[in-house]
Design a protein around this ligand. Structure first.
Ligand code: CO
Length: 134
């Protein structure tokens, strides 16, 4: 069911410092910061030849990554995103297998303008999984 790894998201305490490190030390192709108010984050995408890295920083009140950064003050891997062909089919299949879908259970439009859902990390070996319809 899942396809390509779309991105790995890393929560960072200082977005510009992390972006500069990827650009200058690692020599990666780093994009501009994008505010995602619906998701409570500012993101910077880093294009790699085979996938993307998404640097995440809290935006506004009650950002979903605020608590994560409190527990991991120097930052850390926050989630992985897998591509699916049909997000509703994927969701219904996963629910029927007992996996918990976070939030309302309805897809939201993600940072790439495509529908996304998140799966409960306790159901997936401690890893927060994002599904993105491509
Ligand atoms: Co993501």
């Amino acid at each position: 069911m899942i396809g390509r790894l779309n991105h790995v998201a890393i929560a960072v305490p200082d977005l510009m410092e992390a972006a500069a490190q990827y650009e200058q030390m690692l020599g990666a192709s780093v994009g501009e910061p994008q505010d995602e108010p619906d998701h409570g984050v500012t993101v910077i995408f880093i294009e790699l030849p085979n996938t993307k890295i998404e640097l995440l920083h809290p935006l506004g009140e009650n950002s979903p990554i605020e608590a994560f950064l409190e527990k991991n003050p120097s930052g850390g891997i926050h989630h992985v995103c897998y591509e699916v062909q049909d997000i509703i089919k994927a969701r219904d299949h996963l629910s029927s297998e007992g996996a918990r879908i976070l939030g309302s259970g309805e897809p939201k439009i993600g940072a790439h303008g495509k529908p996304v859902l998140f799966l409960h990390p306790k159901d997936f070996t401690g890893t927060l999984i994002e599904l993105e319809q491509v």
